[in-house]
Design a protein around this ligand. Structure first.
Ligand code: ZN
Ligand code: ZN
Length: 282
């Protein structure tokens, strides 16, 4: 088992509110959207259909951005997307508070390379549920782009780091312009909290197997997470994914609903997705 100097410090043993250097703003973001979402739920428990469907549509588009562009295409190169489709999907992922290609892809490749070891950025094996769910996002050191994602050091991906903060602030507030205060809370903070937790389940719940022997793969498929996880379509088949990381299809059977894969097939039919790889390990 390799041990990096950072992992040696057992960062999961510190208090939950201590952020790691430049990741402090992630903790501020998490606290802010939860506080606003709480106020929004109390003041506007029923938002109305227009507001609700707008929030759901944005959450879903962002989830497609994360699962198709970030995860299957950029991190694993399981599919090559048309550059315009790719950038549109990246926009919705950033607008969903899912981070930028530079951070997401480096952290994710790091996770696969060190899965279930002490160097795994988000393993619940060492830090427990909350470490894997949210704490690693701001308490683990940023994964090195030079080491993990040198292919992301290009203007088309790095530009998103420059626009991320204004875009996320817009994402939190823009609903007021169209739907008033109920819109501000529901299409902003409430949507972002929902998306954050549904995507965080991939690192926490989908790797949570207490008492597992060291070195044994902890990844899981949980079918019932699919309907709850409307915003990370197909990601609930995480065991399939760890078995075949370079596959653009996360489902292995017809009855495993994998909307990310269906959209990739649609894009392929339109010639907007090429070099689609299926059932490949690397
Ligand atoms: Zn995993
Ligand atoms: Zn992956």
């Amino acid at each position: 088992m390799s041990r990096s100097a950072f992992a040696e410090k057992h960062p999961w043993t510190q208090q939950w509110w201590k952020a790691e250097g430049e990741n402090t703003w992630i903790l501020v973001y998490i606290i802010t959207i939860h506080a606003l979402a709480l106020v929004g739920i109390v003041l506007f428990p029923i938002p109305g259909w227009k507001v609700f469907l707008t929030a759901l549509a944005l959450a879903s588009m962002g989830a497609f951005g994360t699962t198709i562009a970030y995860h299957r295409s950029l991190a694993h190169r399981a599919v090559k997307l048309n550059p315009i489709v790719e950038q549109v999907l990246v926009f919705f992922a950033v607008f969903n508070g899912s981070g930028t290609p530079s951070t997401w892809i480096a952290n994710h490749r790091n996770h696969h390379a060190n899965a279930d070891t002490i160097d795994d950025v988000s393993s619940p094996r060492h830090g427990g549920f909350w470490w894997a769910h949210l704490r690693w996002l701001y308490q683990w050191e940023p994964s090195s782009m030079q080491r993990w994602s040198p292919d992301m050091i290009r203007p088309r991906y790095m530009t998103w780091d420059k626009v991320q903060i204004p875009l996320v602030i817009t994402s939190i507030c823009f609903g007021y312009l169209f739907f008033g205060w109920a819109g501000l809370f529901w299409t902003g903070a409430i949507r972002l909290v929902y998306v954050l937790h549904m995507q965080a389940f991939v690192n926490s719940l989908l790797h949570l197997k207490p008492g597992l022997t060291a070195g044994v793969d902890s990844s899981r498929n949980i079918w019932w997470l699919g309907p709850l996880q409307l915003t990370a379509w197909g990601e609930n088949f995480h065991r399939n994914h760890h078995s075949y990381p370079a596959s653009a299809r996360f489902s292995r059977h017809w009855w495993q609903i994998d909307l990310g894969w269906y959209v990739i097939q649609g894009l392929r039919a339109l010639r907007l997705a090429t070099s689609v790889r299926v059932n490949q390990k690397c």
